[in-house]
Design a protein around this ligand. Structure first.
Ligand code: HEC
Length: 142
């Protein structure tokens, strides 16, 4: 009878030590995973828009309209739509007509928000923030 009690005690002790070790392990592993890098507007711009709109956002005369000091971007909704849907046909930027085509950009809501916030905040533009929710709202309309 005494022997059984001892075995039971040993068993309980082993189980509690084991379960302690078991609970401390997951906390160690959850602290290390790499968090996905945040989307930054300048990276998206350099990857996606720069070929046409150029490094300084000046575009190319008569071909690619400028994003720098563009009066077109005063209309935020239209600007968001321009990026996600593209546009072909005539449009006017700072009094100059362009009649070309911009393909729809394959970017998610966060990327569009980041790149437009970057455009609004650079190239001599006034600066404004575009959120992923605003992009999502425009996407739902067009
Ligand atoms: C393949 C070339 C090309 C790429 C890439 C491109 N665009 Fe454009 N974009 C154009 C052209 C061409 C127009 C004018 C379209 C027209 O004449 O109908 C334009 C027009 C615009 C306009 C409206 C007019 C203005 O200048 O304010 C905005 C805003 C714009 N693009 C932003 C962007 C952003 C932001 C990106 C990157 C996410 C981008 N574009 C990528 C060619 C491009």
């Amino acid at each position: 009878m005494k022997k059984i009690a001892l075995v039971m005690l040993a068993f309980i002790a082993t189980v509690s030590i084991y379960s302690c070790g078991g609970t401390s392990n997951p906390t160690e592993t959850t602290s290390s995973p790499a968090t996905p890098s945040k989307v930054t507007g300048d990276v998206v711009y350099k990857k996606t828009c720069i070929t046409c709109h150029q490094t300084n956002g000046e575009g190319i005369p008569n071909t690619y309209p400028p994003l720098a000091k563009s009066d077109f971007i005063a209309d935020k909704e239209k600007t968001i739509a321009q990026v996600i849907k593209g546009y072909s046909g005539e449009l006017t930027v700072n009094g100059k007509k362009y009649n070309s085509a911009m393909p729809a950009q394959q970017l998610n809501d966060e990327e569009v928000a980041a790149v437009l916030t970057y455009v609004y905040g650079n190239f001599g533009n006034g600066g404004t923030t575009v959120t992923a929710d605003e992009v999502k709202a425009v996407r739902g309309k067009i």
